[in-house]
Design a protein around this ligand. Structure first.
Ligand SMILES: [Fe+2]
Length: 347
């Protein structure tokens, strides 16, 4: 008995001091402001000079969204993949940048582990954990157990909610159809078994949009959604999936949705009027943070509204929540403003 009395206080002290597991938040603490700034970008080679981080900081972003190709590591060797993430994380410009900015994002093919890879990539489970390690996602997060890196978070800004959804266009993506009759790499295929997101992710997305109370929904896709004629990877290679997302936005009455993409090593802005949607659907592509498509000589894009920048660049979204406007900026080295476009949205 004496012994029990002796150890009891120690036991209670242990309970009180035991660190609580870190929980992942799907909603931010409210920000009292009439503005909100999102910075995003993609295609960042860990072995090349990362000289945009300081320039991105100058725009005082509230959050940073990775659009994929965070590193280049096409491999089946998970130690190599892990080391490449570590190289990126140790980059002094990047590590300084993330001290003051919340980081979200998705992957694309080169950080997933296979060029133009999809659901057949053998090491996708292992690769997912390394990706989540890179983003410092807690070990007890549901994202550690789900298949795929899709995620959503609400940002409360003054009286508005900005929902950010990051999609995974790799983990479940079915095979693409090669175009053997032209110089293009892939061609559209209407096969109803084709899937960009897979059933589980589609159901999750449906729930996210159905139950949303957000005033703006920013959807990061990694590959381009609207531009569909270039023959590289695009949602346009699966027209049924394009229609499915467009219908879903209409059916769920999603307010003020905007798509962000990367992958292409160019930056451009596309816009499409969709029947039933009360605002034009924009796809803002920002790609090429360390290396761009310098030999770009033009390509067809029926939805382009802001012409292509084929230089190293990043994207900025400035929300004006009082006037319901988003100003989109394509910026590059020395924070130079290459292009800007403002879209008025619904109140
Ligand atoms: Fe890339």
């Amino acid at each position: 008995m004496k012994f029990i009395l002796k150890i009891l206080p120690v036991f209670f002290l242990f309970i009180l001091c035991k660190p609580k597991p870190v929980e992942e938040k799907n909603a931010s603490n409210p920000i009292k402001n009439s503005g909100f700034t999102i910075a995003f970008g993609s295609c960042n080679n860990q072995n090349l000079q990362n000289n945009l981080w300081k320039e991105i900081s100058k725009n005082n972003p509230n959050i940073w969204i990775w659009g994929g190709d965070i590193i280049y590591s096409d491999t089946e060797d998970m130690t190599y993949l892990k080391n490449n993430y570590q190289l990126q994380k140790n980059n002094k410009h990047y590590s300084n940048f993330i001290k003051n900015v919340e980081v979200l994002g998705t992957w694309d093919d080169h950080d997933f582990g296979k060029n133009d890879g999809g659901r057949d990539y053998k090491y996708k489970k292992e690769s997912q954990q390394l990706y989540l390690d890179f983003l410092d996602v807690p070990q007890n997060s549901p994202r550690r157990k789900q298949e795929g890196v899709y995620f959503a978070k609400d940002f409360a800004v003054n009286t508005s909610i900005i929902k950010v959804i990051v999609l995974d266009t790799r983990y479940f993506r079915t095979e693409l159809t090669a175009d053997n009759n032209s110089k293009k790499r892939y061609k559209p295929n209407l096969n109803s078994n084709n899937s960009m997101l897979g059933e589980t992710q589609w159901n999750w997305l449906k729930d996210q949009l159905h139950n949303s109370k957000s005033d703006y929904t920013v959807i990061m896709s990694s590959i381009q959604f609207l531009s569909n004629k270039h023959g590289f990877e695009t949602w346009g290679n699966m027209p049924n999936e394009v229609e499915k997302l467009e219908r879903l936005l209409v059916e769920t009455n999603t307010k003020n949705a905007l798509i962000l993409s990367g992958d292409r090593h160019i930056s451009e802005i596309s816009s499409k009027n969709i029947e039933g949607l009360k605002y034009p659907l924009i796809d803002f592509t920002s790609s090429g943070m360390t290396h761009s498509y310098t030999s770009y000589s033009g390509e067809e894009n029926p939805y382009r509204i802001v012409d292509v920048i084929a230089k190293k660049s990043f994207g900025i979204l400035k929300f004006d929540l009082i006037n319901s406007k988003i100003t989109m900026e394509i910026r590059g080295e020395k924070n130079v403003l290459y292009r800007t476009y403002t879209q008025k949205y619904m109140k």
